[in-house]
Design a protein around this ligand. Structure first.
Ligand code: GUN
Length: 293
């Protein structure tokens, strides 16, 4: 059976370090890291994520601000809020929760976030720094940064000679994950829904990272024996065993069968998810440190 990678434990350790560094920063400079999280609309799952981000920011001793805007918010109103947060010296990190409602155009909003406050790493400046191998001066997307820490726990920091396959090519996860793995010297394949023989590509992976948004798509027959399997999926599925109308969160990996083949595997929940929030706190702390000079 595979080693189960405990994301909750790893995240708790990041949170402890961040909380203590935030305290020191405030004592030495008077600067309290500030995180503003913006959510538009009523999607219950997005509200749950955003609430846990705001709550964790408070727990880290940050100035934690949440802006919950109504579904009918106009593009100009959201842009005005981002401009206000960009200009607010008490805010060091800005996160606009995605997806936005259909009538809003997310890209110009994301690009209007000041690069030094872009704790999602989605601004072209931050994405470009990552793409050109500058991992030090920008901000890196939280979920891939957190997934890499879990991968490093199994394989160390240098992934030379290892084949990594990332399924999914989003700006928020797949692309930055591929670039981070490449920077760590892995041989990286970016696979996606249009790839031919996805199962065959995955079978070549020493490190298999799934971010497809399809529950249990990755089967045991896709996994090379001994491989490290990182499941980034957060899918809500019906759970009739928990009672009528109940649901649960499950990953993109058929966990039970893959755990029999893999060398190490992340569970869902309790794997990559907690690391995302922890890295958001780490990015906000870094942004506050830079603002302190
Ligand atoms: N929606 C789901 N995950 C994320 C994330 O990491 N950042 C933002 N902004 N929206 C998300």
């Amino acid at each position: 059976m595979a080693h189960i990678i405990d994301g909750k434990h790893a995240a708790a350790s990041v949170i402890e370090t961040v909380s203590s560094a935030a305290k020191t920063l405030e004592q030495e400079t008077g600067i309290k890291p500030g995180l503003a999280v913006v959510i538009v609309g009523n999607d219950p799952a997005s509200h749950a994520y955003v609430n846990s981000k705001s709550k964790m920011a408070k727990q880290c001793g940050f100035n934690s601000i949440q802006h919950s805007l109504p579904e009918e918010t106009k593009q100009e109103e959201l842009e005005a809020l981002v401009a206000e947060l960009n200009a607010d010296p008490s805010i060091h990190g800005i996160l606009v929760q995605l997806p936005l409602p259909q009538h809003l155009n997310a890209e110009p909003i994301i690009q209007s976030i000041a690069p030094e406050k872009d704790v999602d790493g989605l601004n072209v400046v931050n994405a470009g720094k990552l793409a050109t191998g500058d991992l030090a001066s920008g901000l890196i997307s939280c979920t891939p940064a957190g997934a890499l820490i879990l991968i490093n726990k199994i394989h160390g920091a240098d992934l030379s000679g290892l084949n990594a396959v990332v399924i999914g090519r989003s700006n928020l996860f797949g692309k930055p994950m591929g670039l981070l793995l490449l920077s760590a010297n892995a041989t990286v394949t970016m696979a996606h829904s249009r790839s031919k023989d996805l199962a065959g590509i995955c079978r070549g992976a020493d490190i298999l990272v799934a971010a497809v948004g399809r529950p249990h798509m990755v089967k045991a027959s896709w996994v090379k024996p001994g491989a490290t399997v990182i499941d980034v999926g957060i899918n809500r599925v019906p759970a009739p065993d928990k009672g009528e109308g109940m649901s649960k969160i499950t990953g993109d990996v058929a966990y039970d069968e893959c755990a029999e083949v893999a060398g190490a595997i992340t569970p869902v929940p309790g794997g990559v998810g907690p690391m995302t929030i922890a890295m958001l706190m780490a990015n906000t702390l870094v942004a506050a440190h830079r603002a302190a000079g």
